[in-house]
Design a protein around this ligand. Structure first.
Ligand code: CUA
Length: 150
């Protein structure tokens, strides 16, 4: 074997070993992991909403193939809702019919929008980013009811 071939092989082996060392060192000693697509924030482990006061709500929406969690929220008319949005897998869209809301649900990120619901009705939430074979069925809804119907 040519001495230059041996040098190149040794150099390549050394380089690969240093990469492997860096990977293992960061993973085990410094506890650095690759970013996870699952929600890193406990607030998103299960999509939910909570009432802050009489007319203010916070909704933690977790989008995934091919649904929003929670899929349906019910609020009284006149409510202001803060949506915090993330995705557990791929990029999804978040569009609320009749409202100026056009967000992307991005894995590893949280997007926020505040929406006032001053008219009774059902507002569809649709995913408007192509996210796979079930994309066209990915919907949710906000039901705005009369205060006395709650
Ligand atoms: Cu989710 Cu399209």
């Amino acid at each position: 074997m040519n001495k230059y071939e041996i040098r190149v092989m040794l150099l390549s082996g050394l380089l690969l070993s240093s990469f492997l060392f860096a990977l293992l060192y960061n993973a085990f000693s410094r506890k650095i992991d690759v970013p996870a697509c699952i929600p890193y924030n406990a607030a998103f482990e299960k999509g939910h909403f909570k009432q802050m006061d009489d007319s203010t709500y916070e909704v933690y929406v977790s989008a995934h193939m091919w649904a929003f969690d929670p899929a349906e929220i019910v609020v009284p008319v006149g409510s202001t809702v803060d949506f915090y949005l993330t995705s557990t897998d791929v990029v999804h869209g978040f569009n609320i019919d009749g409202k100026a809301v056009n967000l992307m649900a991005v894995p590893g990120g949280v997007n926020k929008v505040t929406v006032a619901f001053n008219s009774i009705g059902t507002y569809r939430i649709v995913c408007h980013e192509f996210c796979g074979v079930g994309h066209q069925n990915m919907m949710g809804k906000v039901i705005v009811k009369d205060k006395n119907d709650q």
